[in-house]
Design a protein around this ligand. Structure first.
Ligand SMILES: NC(=O)c1ccc[n+]([C@@H]2O[C@H](COP(=O)([O-])OP(=O)(O)OC[C@H]3O[C@@H](n4cnc5c(N)ncnc54)[C@H](O)[C@@H]3O)[C@@H](O)[C@H]2O)c1
Length: 251
């Protein structure tokens, strides 16, 4: 399938995991890429892999939570690569080793999680929306999570941030629908990225047992849905939050 032939896709947090897999999937479907991540070496590796699909790739090492960095990054992308057809707001993470039950959690950790999940999504979206409105086309794919759906112990700030991403997705979708810009979210369940390596084997086994399909997602499973949402196959979908979690949360 070459659903993204000649389109420019920006992926944030593209050096690893779901962002990397999505960038490569977009490239395999014909897209050119602009990739942003903190990790320059990782970005270079992904760029090399994407170029093997024939993609033109521009990389920017920078912090997606920093407004000045993001404004500069998107100026550079506009000048070097042109109109952004697809923005995938993938950057995000939970508090990881600093995660705790809410009663003992710290505002500093909440701010970190809200910044990396929610502010980074708003900052990058703000950079592409004016041109998408004007061009009357474009796709924004936000990476949320299934975490906030049922609620889970020990990740309250992450659940709040990701439900924030879902609320943002719906509201922006309504604003941009008259301009034929689609805004959707993909909500992964536990996915085999480096995040899993940090979880104890007992908890991994417990989570796996709670998944109806009985196994964790590969990053490519999420990338496949992101590519669909980034393509014209999803032209009649906007404001949706597509849960990709092996059936753990059923609506
Ligand atoms: N892996 C899962 O189980 C899972 C489940 C649900 C949702 N998600 C979401 O999917 C997205 C990707 O997660 P992943 O598991 O692939 O993570 P990952 O840690 O494997 O990759 C994230 C990438 O983002 C980059 N990054 C982090 N902070 C950044 C910043 N401030 N600026 C620029 N780059 C930054 C990292 O360097 C890394 O390359 C996140 O939004 C995460 O919340 C993941």
């Amino acid at each position: 399938m070459q659903r993204l032939q000649g389109r420019l896709a920006v992926v944030t947090g593209a050096a690893n995991g779901i962002g990397r897999a999505s960038a490569l999937r977009f490239a395999s479907e014909g897209a050119n890429l602009a990739l942003i991540d903190l990790e320059k070496d990782g970005l270079d590796r992904v760029a090399g892999e994407a170029r093997r699909h024939g993609a033109k790739v521009h990389t920017i090492a920078g912090d997606c939570t920093d407004e000045a960095t993001i404004v500069k990054a998107f100026d550079e992308i506009r000048q070097t690569c042109g109109f952004v057809d697809v923005l995938m707001n993938n950057v995000g993470q939970s508090a990881r080793e600093r995660a705790s039950e809410f009663y003992k959690s710290e505002p500093e950790v909440w701010r970190f999680v809200l910044d990396v999940c929610l502010m980074a999504t708003l900052l990058a979206s703000r950079q592409v929306v004016p041109a998408m409105r004007e061009a009357r086309k474009g796709k924004i794919v936000n990476v949320a999570s299934n975490a906030g759906m049922a609620g889970e112990v020990g990740i309250s700030e992450y659940a709040a941030a990701k439900m924030g991403v879902i609320g943002f997705t719906r509201s922006l979708a309504r604003e941009l629908a008259p301009f034929h810009v689609n805004v959707n979210a993909v909500c992964p369940g536990v996915t085999k990225t480096r995040v899993i390596e940090r979880i104890s084997p007992e908890i991994v086994a417990k989570i796996e047992a709670s998944i109806p399909l009985g196994f964790f997602a590969e990053p490519e499973d999420i990338a496949a849905v992101a590519a669909f949402l980034a393509s014209d196959d999803a032209r009649y979908m906007t404001g949706q939050s597509v849960v990709v979690d092996g059936g753990r949360w059923m609506v």
